[in-house]
Design a protein around this ligand. Sequence first.
Ligand SMILES: [Zn+2]
Length: 253
Amino acid sequence: MSVSIVSRKTWGAKPWNGAPANVPMAKRTEFFVHYDGGNPIDYTGAKVPRAIEQSHLGQGWAGVGYNFVIDQDGTIFEGRGWTLQGAHCPNHNVTGIGVQIAIGGNQKPSDKALTAARALYDEACRRAGRPLAKRGHKDGFATACPGDHLYAWVKDGMPVPKDTNPETPSRIVPLAAGVKPGAHHKQVKELQQLLVKAGYGPIPGAPSDFYGTETQRAVARFHDRNPKYRAGLHDPRIGPKGFTALQKQAGRR
Ligand SMILES: [Zn+2]
C-alpha cells in the first residue's frame, strides 16, 4: 500500500537550519509514535507542521524534528522524511522513524489519523525491508509521550480502526435489486467507489446515489475488460455476478 505524503515544499516549510544527516532506510529498526504534549490540538492542515516547526526551530533544531506528522484528518506531512535523521528521541534518532500524531492531553486520536499512521508504518517496513519495532516515545525515554490513548494503541499492535468507512465494508455484499441505470439507490455510491477503486474511473459527479451516464460508462468499462459478465457490447448495467467480481477486484473477500 502506498501512502500520500504532503511534502515540505507543499506545506510551506522553512529551509533547514543547518543540514540534518542522511540515514539509509537499512539502518531503521524502530517506529516511534509521539503526541504533541499536554494540550489538545483543535486545528488540522498545514498549520500543524508549521506550529511544530516554529517550536523546534525555537529549540535550535534544524526544523521539524519528527520524520512525519499526522493531523486528525489523517493527512501526513513530511518532516525529516524517509532519509534524514530526526530529533525526536535521544539515542533513537538514527534507528527510529519518529511520527507525531497531532493530539495532546487526553484527546482521542481519530480513526483517520490512526489509519494513516498504520499505513505509514507499513510503508516504513516495506522501505526498510524488515518489520520495525512498534514503540511509543516513552519506550525510549522517560516521558508521558505519546499519552495514554496512543500508547495503548501502539501496545495493541497499531491496529487499523474498524468501521473507518462503514459504507465500504471489506466483505462481499449482494447487489440490491434497485441498482440499475437511471435509478437512485443508496448502494450506487458504493458501486461508484468500487469502480474507481478497481480502476474503472473516473466517474465525474460521484459519489452520489444516482446511476447516471457517467456511472453507466464506468460499468461499461468494467464489462469491456470482463466480458463474461456483460449482456452485450458496452453493457451499462451491473449484474449480481459482475458486482461480486468487481468487489473482489476492489480488494474485498
Ligand atoms: Zn514524543
